[in-house]
Design a binder for this molecule. Structure first.
Ligand code: GDP
Length: 373
């Protein structure tokens, strides 16, 4: 602490010449309250890719969780390890049923996943539940929620539950989830759920990484099909109407008939499989086996007609282009000269002093010149 004599030279504001402003002398800071703090173990060094892969292949969930954290990390050092781990896990992946589950908030996704999951575990499978939450991109909040919502599953040894990666664009979040699937499969999880909220673009992302896409619907009042985007219905391999219990049974059956009629108007999907519409109750555990029987029949059907392989191959191609697009975008927006020029051009465009097309051309030209020389 400064002594009294230095006080004025250090803080000239305290000179009587300046009115209305004083800087008070600080107080002596107490010593560190924890005298043993320096003895605390240092942060663990980053694991090597080899260590992680070894743990993952043994099915060790702590190692798997650590590796997923690296996959989700934005740091370059973490990404480098993560990419190596993914590459080494790839030959051990692919042997699972990947199932996408979507539905509006309140449709009963978590309640149902809890029941579906327990049903699957009873059959002797290992289940990983992943999520893609599109809301985190814009609001940094989440619709799916970070709390553990699957009470029964979350205490099961054979279930691995992971909330949505939070940072980045939807494309980035989806890519991380897709990479996490690879790690989970290598760790022996032979059933993978990818959950998302049926409110935006995220269904397309989930659809591009699963073998079966399940749409959870509710029986409401009035026209059931209102407000459901045609695109989502076309993506669904199965539609299930939840909360078919108590005095809701009649309405659920009515909704079932309406969905069936609507689906008849769609052309037969590329899989050759006609999507089925079933009623069940996640809360009371009714007809869960019927839903699962449908999913099993789907897998038998598409494995026999070759569509299973075809869809996975197409997904691989899709993800190759997605990854290229994402990396190009990152490289472009992280270029300091581009960042600087973008700020200037943006202002001019906002002030109506420059057309958006010319601004875009100027910035991309700068990037190409910068990049190629
Ligand atoms: P999510 O937002 O889609 O994950 O929906 P939740 O699983 O959190 O369920 C929303 C609400 O619906 C909760 O209050 C559940 O108890 C209730 N719910 C879920 N499934 C059923 C069901 O099969 N029948 C009834 N009656 N209620 C249900």
């Amino acid at each position: 602490m400064e002594n009294q004599a230095d006080w004025h030279t250090i803080h000239p504001e305290n000179d009587p010449h300046w009115k209305g402003l004083t800087v008070n002398q600080g107080i002596q800071q107490p010593p560190n309250v924890n005298p043993y703090a320096h003895l605390r173990p240092k942060r663990k060094p980053l694991p090597t890719a080899g260590e992680l892969v070894e743990g993952i292949l043994k099915g060790d969930t702590t190692t798997l969780a650590r590796a997923v954290t690296l996959v989700e990390s934005m740091q370059h050092a973490h990404q480098a390890i993560a990419q190596e781990v993914i590459e080494k896990c790839l030959p051990h992946s692919g042997h699972s049923q990947r199932i996408g589950i979507t539905g509006v908030p309140g449709a009963g996704k978590s309640t149902s996943i809890d029941e579906f999951g327990m049903h699957i575990l009873k059959q002797g499978h290992k289940l990983a539940v992943l999520a893609i939450d599109p809301s985190s991109e814009r609001t940094k909040g989440s619709i799916l929620g970070d709390k553990t919502r699957m009470e029964k599953l979350s205490v099961q040894q054979d279930a691995f539950i992971r909330p949505s990666p939070s940072a980045g664009s939807l494309g980035g979040v989806a890519r991380k989830t897709r990479e996490t699937i690879v790690l989970c499969e290598a760790a022996g999880y032979d059933r993978i759920f990818v959950e998302t909220v049926g409110v935006g673009q995220s269904e397309t992302a989930v659809h591009s990484m699963v073998d079966f896409f399940l749409l959870i619907q509710l029986a409401g009042t009035g026209d059931e099909l209102q407000g459901i985007k045609r695109g989502i219905m076309e993506m669904a391999d199965g539609i299930v109407i939840n909360k078919c219990d108590g005095d809701n049974v009649e309405r659920a059956k009515l909704a079932q008939a309406q969905f069936r009629n609507a689906l008849m108007l769609f052309p037969t999907p590329a899989s050759g499989w006609t999507p089925e519409v079933l009623c069940y109750s996640g809360y009371y555990g009714l007809n869960i086996d019927m839903v699962w029987d449908m999913i099993d029949r789907y897998f038998d059907f598409v494995k026999l007609n070759g569509y299973f392989e075809q869809r996975r191959n197409e997904q691989n191609r899709y993800w190759m282009y997605e990854t290229i697009n994402e990396q190009l975008r990152d490289h472009f927006y992280n270029n300091p000269a581009v960042e600087q020029m973008l700020k200037e051009k943006e202002r001019l465009v906002l002030d109506n002093r420059l057309s958006s097309f010319i601004a875009a051309r100027d910035v991309t030209e700068l990037y190409f010149k910068n990049d190629l020389t």
